[in-house]
Design a protein around this ligand. Structure first.
Ligand SMILES: [Zn+2]
Length: 180
């Protein structure tokens, strides 16, 4: 009977082998330990496992690269101090741009959003701004503030909407492009 768990060496890689009551072999990368993990049926030999890993060499290298890139990029978390600082920036930008846009919001929130820089509830007049703008050049927040305020004129992205943006913030195209 083969041990349930053992390690093998496949070239540069340490392979942690777990033998289980399964039908097929499975390979995965563990970015924390830097190990490869193989789950294999109990009857499969060490040689067959090493061959299995060898045939997936290209996939293994890609998987490690991806895992490392992800580990190198720390997830940005926002502290209460960050939130306060960002709120103050938004408030200042709103004071500056509201008279130029010719609309006032009823209030605003700062949120850590995944897909949008800002949003506008055109019915209530409430705006949301993405906390990630805190780490970006001030012109980005300016553009987003103008954009969301202009939605108080036009809730959609019609020609009339962009005409408002253009009037207040003529450089909007360049800034918008830099944020993609
Ligand atoms: Zn919009």
């Amino acid at each position: 009977m083969r041990p349930a768990e053992k390690t093998l060496q496949a070239g540069d890689y340490t392979v942690l082998v777990q033998r289980k009551a399964i039908k097929n072999m499975y390979l995965r990368v563990d970015p924390v330990s830097g190990c490869l993990k193989v789950s294999a049926p109990r009857h499969v030999s060490d040689a067959a496992i090493l061959d299995f890993v060898k045939r997936r060499q290209a996939w293994v290298e890609q998987a490690f690269k991806k895992a490392q890139a992800k580990a190198a990029k720390p997830v940005r978390t926002f502290t209460d101090a960050d939130r306060r600082a960002f709120r103050a920036k938004c408030a200042a930008a709103l004071e500056r741009w509201q008279p130029l846009v010719g609309k006032r919001c009823s209030g605003f929130s700062v949120r850590d959003m995944k897909t949008r820089w800002g949003s506008c509830n055109s019915r209530s007049g409430h705006l949301n701004f993405n906390l990630k703008l805190l780490d970006m050049p001030a012109e980005c927040l300016d553009y987003v503030v103008v954009h969301e305020l202009c939605h108080l004129w036009e809730p959609n992205h019609s020609k009339a909407f962009w005409a408002h943006v253009e009037r207040v913030y003529p450089d909007w195209k360049r800034v918008r492009k830099s944020m993609r």
